[in-house]
Ligand binder design. Structure first.
Ligand code: HEM
Ligand SMILES: *[C@@H]1O[C@H](CO)[C@@H](O)[C@H](O)[C@H]1NC(C)=O
Ligand SMILES: *[C@@H]1O[C@H](CO)[C@@H](O)[C@H](O)[C@H]1NC(C)=O
Ligand SMILES: *[C@@H]1O[C@H](CO)[C@@H](O)[C@H](O)[C@H]1NC(C)=O
Ligand SMILES: *[C@@H]1O[C@H](CO)[C@@H](O)[C@H](O)[C@H]1NC(C)=O
Ligand SMILES: *[C@@H]1O[C@H](CO)[C@@H](O)[C@H](O)[C@H]1NC(C)=O
Length: 536
């Protein structure tokens, strides 16, 4: 028999050694939004910085972070461990749930609007609810919380089930048990959540009066003195008897739920939190991860998303006349700005030949975890004069990239970073008419690939805001040979303003390009430009 200790060590090493191989579209997307929290190309931290930032209205005293954390809890709290229903599935976006007494306030709608706008085919609204909590805690002083992706957005509201402050202790213990948490875990979760925000006069006028405070125009009586920051003040202030937490010292004892919950084990848990900021932080990391991973039965979450140390990003390959142009970035995770670092890219073509090593200029530094970690980004052949692209002979094509950082080859243990050159957007795509707006998309298909279908992909929303991908088929063009016979065109005329990515079905497998194109980016079709592109 394997002793328990070595078994758990084994699974530790097993888990920490599992790094996925790039590219993997869903994991890449989840990894980016999870780890590039404050990058100019996206990341949720832009919505919450500074940490007491409040987007909706001019008021002070509220914070988006607090709304996001409360939203995650109220979305999850419908879970029923017995029948597997409810859990973190973005059902809180339904007005039927928001109108329930257990979900008083406009913080849910404010939050949901942001996450609906950020969802993609790879990152569900529910994953964003989880990431909203994680990004808030990590950006605003809290611990790193393990994140898994793959949540599925509910198609309808869940049963009610969020605890309310006027309920008694037994009801709260029973409610958390139904959600899957013990009494001790309940104390922890409430303290972790109530490190942020407070109770608003607008929502609980009997508990919180108008405060007449120019620094708190929304009249939110905060749970602790640092309402936009993760720390154990909620516990130290409670233990020292100085707390102003309205659910502890409220005039009406019926609604003092934090007082009943925090004291329910003789203050043992709260004392441990007050005594040690580290104990509080690590307990919250574990409990909040379990909270956001509480999903309806049947939903399969991914592994914990670890950062890729070397990650290509926004890689785009297009056919531009008689050349393939490769552009993009590579991110060196958790690396600071370093003028002496050298980064280069080397390409492999279809015959297995390696290109020369092209130097990659430094592009930018991004921050994550509230500035505790920076990442250094390098661009593919960025030049001030021309487009940031490497030129590739279409006949040779490209199959792989490798990066060379300070002389060391980074290629995912020899696998390389795969690039698909079989189906690419062509810059011969152009607008045929301005009024009404019409444009032709040309997709260049590598000769010999023989796809069953080539199509434009458009992300659309169903009637409950879930992203679905609509496919619009292209047909092979009559003027079909391009780029020295290496590629043929498939084309379609479109008349709408959407952005499209390109997809194809090749030998029963669907492939999809990362980059999106819209009719607005196309230049007018001129006979000169068109004829120059067809080299038959
Ligand atoms: C018995 C369990 C709980 C009760 C009775 C409770 C009650 C409340 C109440 C009455 C408010 C004020 C809402 C408003 O003013 O509109 C509130 C706010 C909040 N709750 Fe809880 N809560 C509980 C558990 C939790 C948990 C487990 C979390 C997260 C882990 C959490 C996170 C928050 C946050 C962040 C706020 C501040 C919202 C803001 O300022 O906008 N709560 N809670
Ligand atoms: C509001 O905050 C500022 C800066 O922290 C402080 O100087 C001022 O005294 C506060 N005003 C009130 C009414 O508390
Ligand atoms: C205290 O709060 C409870 C629950 O909201 C309410 O029913 C009761 O009337 C309140 N008591 C007083 C004295 O306001
Ligand atoms: C818990 O601590 C608070 C604050 O010091 C105190 O008022 C309360 O009586 C304590 N409760 C228990 C059950 O010890
Ligand atoms: C960043 O790198 C340092 C060592 O340079 C390491 O201690 C730390 O854990 C890393 N942080 C993350 C989030 O990977
Ligand atoms: C890099 O980009 C410039 C400007 O577009 C271009 O002239 C040059 O040929 C490119 N270098 C390579 C190696 O593709």
């Amino acid at each position: 028999m394997i002793p328990l200790l070595s078994l758990s060590l084994f699974s530790f090493f097993l888990r920490s050694s599992v790094a996925y191989v790039w590219p993997s579209p869903q994991l890449d997307a989840l990894e980016s939004i999870r780890w590039d929290q404050a990058d100019r190309f996206g990341g949720l931290a832009g919505f919450i910085l500074p940490c007491d930032f409040y987007t909706f209205g001019d008021g002070t005293g509220r914070a988006n972070t607090a709304d996001w954390i409360r939203t995650a809890y109220h979305d999850m709290a419908t879970h029923d461990v017995e029948d597997g229903t409810g859990g973190l599935d973005a059902s809180i976006r339904f007005s039927e749930e928001q109108q329930r007494g257990e979900n008083v306030g406009n913080g849910f709608q404010n939050t949901v609007e942001v996450f609906v706008s950020q969802a993609t085919r790879y990152v569900s609204i529910a994953d964003l609810v989880a990431l909203g909590l994680i990004t808030s805690v990590e950006t605003c002083g809290g611990p790193i919380i393990p994140f898994r992706g793959g949540r599925i957005d509910a198609g309808e509201p869940n049963k009610p089930g969020v605890p309310e402050p006027q309920e008694d202790l037994d009801a709260h213990v029973a409610s958390f048990a139904r959600q899957g948490f013990t009494q001790t875990e309940m104390i922890g979760l409430v303290a972790c959540g109530h490190s942020f925000g407070g109770v608003a006069h607008a929502d609980f006028p009997q508990s919180v009066p108008e405060l007449h405070d120019s620094n708190n125009t929304e009249s939110v009586q905060h749970f602790d003195t640092t309402f936009g920051h993760f720390d154990n003040n909620v516990a130290t202030e409670y233990m020292s008897g100085t707390t102003q937490n309205p659910l502890v010292v409220g005039a009406n004892d019926t609604t003092n739920s934090d007082k009943r919950i925090f004291g329910s084990d003789g203050n043992v848990t709260m004392k441990s939190f007050a005594d040690s900021p580290d104990t509080f932080a690590s307990t919250c990391a574990t409990l909040l991860a379990r909270m956001v991973d509480t999903v309806p039965s049947g939903v399969q979450l991914t592994e914990v998303i670890e950062p890729l140390p070397i990650k290509p990003s926004r890689v785009e390959l297009i056919l531009d006349g008689d050349a393939l142009k490769l552009s993009g970035f590579v991110r060196l995770f958790n690396q600071s700005d370093d003028a002496s670092r050298s980064v280069a890219i080397q390409l492999e073509d279809h015959s297995g030949k390696q290109s020369e090593k092209f130097p990659m200029p430094a592009d930018r530094i991004s921050e994550t975890l509230g500035g505790r970690v920076t990442s250094a980004w390098y661009a593919f052949n960025k030049s001030d004069s021309g487009p940031p692209a490497l030129s590739i002979n279409p006949a040779d094509g490209v199959t792989k990239m490798r990066f060379i950082v300070n002389g060391k080859t980074e290629d995912q243990g020899g696998i390389g970073f795969a690039v698909h050159d079989s189906v690419v957007f062509s810059t011969s795509s152009c607008t045929t008419s301005n009024n009404p707006l019409k444009g032709r998309f040309d997709v260049a298909v590598r000769n010999g690939v023989n796809p069953a279908r080539v199509y434009l992909e458009q992300e659309v929303r169903d009637d409950v805001d879930r992203i679905v991908v609509k496919e619009i088929d292209l047909t092979p063009s009559t003027q079909s040979v391009a780029a020295g016979s290496s590629y043929s065109f498939w084309s379609i005329e479109v008349t709408d303003f959407e952005s499209y990515t390109i997809g194809a079905e090749i030998e029963g497998t669907k492939i999809s390009t990362w980059d999106s194109h819209s009719i607005f980016e196309l230049s007018p079709c001129t006979p000169k430009r068109r004829s120059a592109l067809f080299l038959s």
